[in-house]
Design a protein around this ligand. Structure first.
Ligand SMILES: [Fe+2]
Ligand SMILES: [Fe+2]
Length: 250
């Protein structure tokens, strides 16, 4: 199943959701790819696994040609993010941004062109794209030790990678926003309790994102959050026990 949706469009700035499921999706996890375009140049966020690459490219070309993708951000090292990267590196000249702690592991995906990578420090960085400066914000241990979020100040969209992610998808995601958070929460609870490292990491992340005016929370899998669902998610995460919190000693 494939979808692309413009989440924000004003002047020459676009924030687009490309929702593409892996072929044979009963075995894989449906994933969201995002594209930010400013004045004709683009940043691709979490391009996805090997199987989705042709479809992502097809949808992306409605907005921008591969020659105008100047950056690719990898929120972390997982295969549903990095699996298709070799192909993207062949058809673009983009620089690749990822936490510095994963740089030496990425050659194991068959990537050799490591001079195109820029390792992001633990406290994040700014990423300029023509008239906008995107914020690469750390979300350590949620779930990866070097997880990155991306905040776009023009659209007020925060890409949160696996935070808020849903492994389920009803239909083709034609309704892209969560409309009943308590019901949705029951369906994302297992994933967050099992994959997120600790409540301390969650509260540290909440403190990190607090200064930013956020209209939409956009995860790497499943539905997006705005209005009450956004508040519901943030309140729920503040007290959620997960990961190492659940290990019983004695
Ligand atoms: Fe992940
Ligand atoms: Fe993921």
């Amino acid at each position: 199943m494939t979808n692309d949706k413009i989440l924000f469009s004003k002047n020459d700035h676009l924030f687009v959701l490309l929702n593409i499921s892996e072929p044979g999706e009963e075995n894989g996890i449906p994933s969201n790819q995002y594209l930010v375009v400013n004045n004709g140049k683009g940043i691709l966020i979490d391009p996805g696994g090997f199987g989705v690459m042709p479809q992502v490219l097809h949808h992306l070309m409605k907005y921008i040609g591969p020659e105008d993708i100047v950056g690719i951000v990898l929120s972390h090292q997982d295969p549903d993010i990095v699996g298709g990267l070799s192909s993207w590196m062949e058809i673009t000249q983009a620089k690749i941004y990822v936490s510095k702690i994963w740089l030496r592991f990425l050659p194991h995906y068959g990537i050799t062109d490591m001079h195109r990578f820029e390792g992001i420090e633990d406290d994040g960085d700014d990423l300029a794209l023509n008239d906008v400066v995107l914020k690469l914000l750390p979300a350590h241990f949620l779930h990866s030790p070097g997880q990155l979020n991306i905040y776009d100040p023009l659209s007020k969209i925060l890409f949160t990678s696996d935070i808020g992610a849903a492994e389920y998808q009803d239909g083709d995601l034609s309704e892209i926003f969560v409309n009943d958070f308590p019901q949705h929460q029951r369906r994302i609870e297992y994933f967050h309790r099992r994959y997120m490292s600790s409540n301390r990491a969650l509260r540290y992340w909440l403190k990190t994102i607090k200064p930013y005016d956020i209209d939409i929370i956009a995860p790497q899998h499943g539905y997006l959050y705005r209005d009450e669902a956004k508040t519901g998610l943030l309140n729920w995460l503040e007290t959620l026990e997960c990961g190492a919190d659940l290990l019983e000693i004695d």
